[in-house]
Design a protein around this ligand. Structure first.
Ligand SMILES: [Cu+2]
Length: 316
């Protein structure tokens, strides 16, 4: 082949590549190639076939943020992170790639697989309506060592209390809502706190001066009665000891204030379900100071137990 021929071949190759990468998307209304399968009874994994648009691929390749369509009977349309177990599934994904995928929901975790691109870089799904307006306080972010302000809350037994009355005790606060459908989010927080209560009871030298709070940010739905039923369910399901654990609710403006101090975010539009949220678990020592903030869902019960042991010893 002559030099000119080689160049021409390269040029054609380039053009072909260019063309193939410009191939355009399946229209959003096109049927999915695989029909939804019913939940498999044997493994207890529910599966859903979902269409969406990639918003971000995290550096480790194991988390893909997807703006996905409604999953009937399961989840509203929203943008949220999904776990990928096999990074080959996410390797070729780029921002704004339209995809379809299978969402697998087991008892304690969820993940996606069968990720298929339906086009490349097509226009993203329109952003959900986020026009609504909310009243918030301008608050300072709290760092470890900062004092936790007092927030008035209501327990699952309908009793008023506040976060300042736990001076002299180690306190762990996590943020949940009882309708959360994602097993590795709120249900996992319930499971971890359950494990913590059992470990604290089993440890011979464990401190007695500690308390756990699971604070709901779904304030319209999670009334004290709903929280009480939820607490009973968690107790039955995990054998949790509820004697030092309170499910709580409060005014949205206070919960907003508290969560914002730790970088915790959730959908706050009135009338919407706060599906789209992240996770924070805060440990406050017996002197009322923030000792530790666990980000996300990877922390283990043992880690929280050690933080509580340390926090219980702080001198007020
Ligand atoms: Cu949740």
């Amino acid at each position: 082949m002559t030099l000119g021929g080689a160049l021409l071949a390269l040029l054609i190759g380039g053009l072909l590549l260019g063309r193939s990468s410009m191939r355009v998307s399946v229209p959003p209304s096109a049927p999915l190639p695989v029909p939804p399968t019913p939940p498999t009874a044997s493994t207890n994994v529910q599966t859903f076939f979902v269409r969406g648009v990639v918003k971000e691929l995290k550096a480790d390749g194991k988390t893909v943020v997807i703006d996905h369509e409604e999953i009937p009977n399961y989840m509203a349309k929203m943008t949220m992170p999904f776990k990928v177990k096999d990074t080959n599934q996410s390797a070729s994904l780029g921002t704004n790639d339209p995809i379809h995928f299978r969402l697998n929901v087991a008892e304690y975790e969820s993940w996606i697989d069968q990720v298929t691109k339906t086009g490349k870089g097509a226009s993203p799904v329109a952003d959900p309506d986020r026009k609504s307006f909310r009243l918030v306080r301008d608050v300072e972010v709290l760092k470890e060592g900062d004092a936790l302000p007092s927030y008035p809350l209501t327990s699952h037994l309908g009793k008023a209390f506040n976060t300042a009355q736990f001076k002299g005790q180690a306190l762990a606060i996590t943020f949940i809502f009882t309708r959360c459908p994602i097993p590795d989010f709120c249900p996992r927080m319930d499971f971890r706190f359950s494990e913590v209560t059992k470990r604290m009871n089993a440890l011979p030298d464990a401190p007695k001066n500690y308390h756990l709070i699971s604070l709901s940010f779904d304030v319209d739905y999670d009334t004290p009665l709903v929280l009480q039923n939820h607490a009973n369910r968690v107790k039955a399901q995990h054998g949790a000891d509820m004697s030092q654990w309170t499910f709580a609710t409060g005014k949205l403006i206070d919960i907003d204030d508290l969560t914002e101090r730790f970088g915790m975010t959730f959908a706050r539009e009135p009338g919407t379900v706060p599906f789209n949220h992240n996770l924070r678990t805060v440990v406050v020592d017996a002197a009322g100071k923030v000792q530790k903030v666990f980000v996300g869902n990877e922390w283990k019960a043992d880690a929280l137990v050690s933080e509580l042991e340390k926090a219980a010893k702080a001198k007020p």
